[in-house]
Write a protein that binds this ligand. Sequence first.
Ligand code: T5A
Ligand code: NA
Length: 210
Amino acid sequence: MSAGKRGAFFVFEGCDRSGKTTQSRLLAEFLTSKGIPTLSMNFPERESSIGQVINSYLTNSKDLPDEVIHLMFAANRWEYMNKIRRELLAGTTLIVDRYSYSGVAYTMAKGLDFDWCYAPERGLIKPDAVFFLKTAPVNLSSRGKYGEERYEKLEFQHKVAEVYNRIGEREFSYWHEIDASQPVAELHTKISGIAEKLQQQVEGKPLDKL
Ligand code: T5A
Ligand code: NA
């Protein structure tokens, strides 16, 4: 295969209700309007058999040990790795709502250590950029439908936010911290500006691994 034009791999991360879905949709619309083939995905991908177990865990109809659900979230990403690789190499830009950083942040918030949490994520395809929508969870709890799923409790979200901040402090070059308390349109302007620039830089750049 020629070292042709591959797609870019963009990920959104943040606490529950931080605006990831809204910004993913706007970014997909923006890139599509620029003529860039774009595909949106999200994790957990609740359609697969593993995804259905995750869904029953999140909606509180099923309990599982912390280690088991952690490995299921990771396995759910591995299930889609061939598809992700295929799409990126075919030139499609992927916009993915949550990825390995959610896996690490939500399980570390329960007290498990980084190395254990990160181990099953190793080898997954590395994003070109992570947009981390950052704000204090108290600013998010008033947003629509908060409190319905397992992790949507303020005390737990504080712990998740703390872990995300520590991940950010590792200063990954691809980690973009964005103040999520800004209006939707302002966030989109910032994110689309970064994405458009990166989109031009991934050409010829090989896929990397976590
Ligand atoms: N999880 C996930 C793990 O524990 N391990 C893992 O490995 C993975 C992948 C499900 C849960 O699973 C956990 C994390 C989660 O607890 P999910 O389905 O992605 O993950 O659930 P949420 O993160 O809660 O997704 P939501 O769709 O509910 O929230 P979003 O996408 O962050 O926010 P969005 O865009 O839907 O917006 C929420 C509300 O706020 C408004 C919107 O209109 C909407 O009402 N809003 C704003 N309001 C004011 N200002 C803004 N800038 C706004 N942007 C959006
Ligand atoms: Na949620």
